[in-house]
Design a protein around this ligand. Structure first.
Ligand code: 3PG
Length: 398
């Protein structure tokens, strides 16, 4: 269901679930990509004369207000980009939310405070989520689901709310799904996947699924050390998930059986401590010193990954190759972004940190076929999982 199917919207209160979960340094937004990505839907609703009520989470507060997770800093930036003053309610439901919504004129926008300040948003118990969703539903006449980054979460504002009001997918959700389908459904080959980032546990499902699909799987970033350890290498003080060593060993065997090229780092940039000015040394991947930690893939690995990516027809990249926030350890991530940017194939940067990395490292977004706003969501889509926030929109609920 699309926004058009909602009919005439002038004067209608439209609740828009966006993902305005942007990285903040104090109250300064360090990457406004997700706010920019919310604009097409919001502008469309404003132009249609709707009274637009934006709801979102920011970070992972534990069901109670915490200043550092307030959406307040996002409101000013959203107003600048929309070219109108955006109202802000200091609570998501209740008195202040009602007042903000009631005073909205046609074509104006209000943002409600962080959804996750209420335990009902993320509650495991369906009844609790539904009760909170009903409070939200009382603030709108229609619902637009446009927070692609959160469609993999079965949460009140993503799932239950869609069952309570006439609901539609927003433009961002539609364009993300369309772009990612080119990777999930019959990708053009060679199909190359580059995975990095710190947490291997978050990527196991996607590796498992890709071992039957991808032609090459390149593994860098913090998660590579668990693979290197599984090969019997010293990894020093690097990130390591010892509970996953057996799983990773099985993946390496399966890759070999399935003819999937699993490419691991051949060299690593190490440092004696995790800091921006720690001295950086390049060592071979099988010769890491026991008292240092891996901070980035080395130049030889960057060259090797570049070679494996250059002739790909489809590339999906998720997760930085190193601690790109520190200049001395950004080389690997920059190198991978560089090859993707100049590759001829269909190139997708999958959400979260890698999307932020591409932008903060100064790459022009138009050099990539698609930059997703969803980290976990795009991975779960690639993995072939059912995304509750999408499937509920396909059901005839209201
Ligand atoms: C993200 O940052 O990936 C999305 O905003 C979802 O956030 P979550 O992982 O805290 O649900």
């Amino acid at each position: 269901k699309t926004i058009d199917a909602l009919g005439e919207l002038r004067g209608t209160r439209v609740l828009v679930r966006a993902d305005l979960n942007v990285p903040l340094d104090g109250t300064t937004i360090t990457d406004d990509g997700r706010i920019q990505a919310a604009l097409p839907t919001l502008t469309r609703l404003v132009e249609a004369g709707a009274r637009v009520v934006v709801i979102s989470h920011l970070g992972r507060p534990k069901g109670a207000p915490e200043d550092k997770y307030s959406l307040q800093p996002v409101v000013g930036r959203l107003g600048e980009l929309l070219g109108q003053e955006v109202a802000f309610a200091t609570d998501t439901v209740g008195e202040s939310a009602r007042a903000a919504v009631d005073s909205l004129a046609d074509g104006r926008v209000a943002v409600l405070e962080n959804l996750r300040f209420h335990p009902g948003e993320t509650a495991k118990d369906e009844g609790e989520r539904l009760a909170f969703a009903k409070e939200l539903a009382a603030l709108g006449d229609a619902f637009v689901s446009d927070g692609f980054g959160v469609v993999h979460r079965k949460q009140a504002s993503v799932y239950e709310l869609a069952t309570l009001l006439p609901a539609a997918a927003g433009d961002l959700v539609l364009s993300e799904v369309e772009a990612l389908r080119k990777v999930t459904d019959e990708p053009q080959r060679p199909f190359v996947v580059v995975l990095g980032g710190a947490k291997i546990a978050d990527k196991l499902g996607v590796i498992d699924a890709l071992l039957g699909k991808a032609d090459r799987l390149l593994i860098g970033g913090g998660m590579a050390y668990t693979f290197q350890k599984a090969k019997g290498y010293e990894v020093g003080d690097s990130l390591l998930d010892t509970s996953k060593l057996d799983v990773v060993r099985e993946y390496m065997e399966r890759a070999e059986r399935n003819g999937v090229e699993l490419v691991l780092p051949v060299d690593t940039v190490v440092a004696p401590e995790f800091s921006a000015d720690a001295p950086a040394t390049v060592v071979a991947a099988d010769a890491m010193p026991a008292d240092q930690e891996g901070m980035d893939i080395g130049p030889e690995t960057a060259r090797l990954f570049g070679e494996k990516i250059a002739d790909a027809a489809t590339v999906f990249w998720n997760g930085p190759m190193g601690v790109f926030e520190f200049e001395s350890f950004a080389g690997g991530t920059k190198a991978v972004a560089d090859v993707l940017a100049s590759a001829d194939g269909y190139t997708v940067v999958g959400g979260g940190d890698s999307a932020a990395a591409v932008r903060t490292l100064g790459f022009d977004e138009s050099l990539f076929s698609h930059i997703s706003t969803g980290g976990g969501a795009s991975l779960e889509l690639i993995e072939g999982k059912d995304l509750p926030g999408i499937s509920i929109l396909q059901e005839d609920t209201k």
